[in-house]
Design a protein around this ligand. Structure first.
Ligand SMILES: [Zn+2]
Length: 275
């Protein structure tokens, strides 16, 4: 799933192109992709977008008259493409926005499950839609992070992924951040020492910034992720083969030497079943 670095790279790339020309045609949209019907998509036609904004993993495209906001959430399999005038695109995208110069913004989604979403909202509706999100992960800082960790006793991997607590981190960047911070994915948020909180805050910033810089240069997953999906490959810090454990609906990657004091973690789904 695209997370903060991926979506922020997209936002920066789209900010100028989407405001160059007014919208000529909004839609069609797959029935499962378009989550709203009032205001209708056609209300975008003839209006100009103000640019691209981002909140957590969502992109927002407000109109320059401040009356409407197009909100896009790619979920796991959604992908955005910006097609220059005349450039060939997918035949039946999940959503399409055509500009007056002929350029298009298209959303595609692999697989039969349509989970990515497009919302057309008033600014008030958009605020309500985003109200549950926690503060942005990038630039959070140790003070604010300490409050979030104290507020709820949770496993770190799970807490970092919770958009209500912190917005923008998913399973891939949770793996990268916790490895960089040398913290166990299953450490309890309320049991961290002050220096561990500092390390975690620093890791959130430096890893997300590293990801953003690489994504802006067009780097793929293999270049960006150093821990995520690298089972058995040597840890980039100590050389120990990286380990993997299934937890909740996710797979967690970690280094047993750097993060868990040499302990190999048991599969938590399996151990629950065996109790
Ligand atoms: Zn290591």
């Amino acid at each position: 799933m695209p997370e903060l670095p991926e979506m922020e790279a997209w936002r920066r790339a789209l900010d100028d192109p989407v405001r160059a020309f007014p919208v000529e045609k909004a839609g069609p949209a797959h029935v499962a992709t378009l989550k709203t019907f009032d205001p209708p998509l056609a209300a975008l036609e003839g209006r100009r977008l103000k640019g691209a904004e981002r909140r957590g993993k969502r992109l927002l495209f407000p109109t320059d008259d401040d009356e409407l906001v197009l909100l896009v959430h790619l979920m796991t399999a959604g992908r955005l493409r910006y097609l220059r005038p005349g450039e060939k695109g997918p035949k039946s995208p999940a959503f399409r926005l055509r500009f007056q110069d002929g350029a298009e913004l298209v959303l595609t989604e692999a697989g039969s499950k349509k989970r990515a979403g497009v919302w057309l909202l008033t600014p008030e509706q958009a605020d309500a839609e985003l109200a549950h999100l926690g503060p942005e992960a990038l630039g959070l800082g140790a003070g604010r992070l300490a409050e979030i960790l104290r507020a709820d006793s949770r496993r770190l991997h799970s807490l970092l992924r919770d958009q209500r607590a912190i917005a923008g981190i998913g399973r891939a960047w949770a793996n990268e951040i916790l490895h960089h911070a040398k913290l166990s994915p299953f450490a309890l948020s309320t049991q961290l020492e002050p220096d561990e909180v500092e390390r975690l805050a620093e890791a959130i910033d430096s890893e997300l910034a590293r990801g953003l810089e690489l994504r802006e240069r067009g780097a793929g997953d293999k270049q960006v992720y150093r821990v995520h999906k690298r089972l058995g490959e040597p840890c980039y810090v100590c050389g120990t083969p990286l380990a993997r454990v299934d937890y909740e609906e996710h797979t967690v990657y970690y280094c047993s030497r750097c993060q868990t004091g040499g302990r190999v973690l048991k599969d938590r789904r399996l151990s629950r079943l065996l109790k």
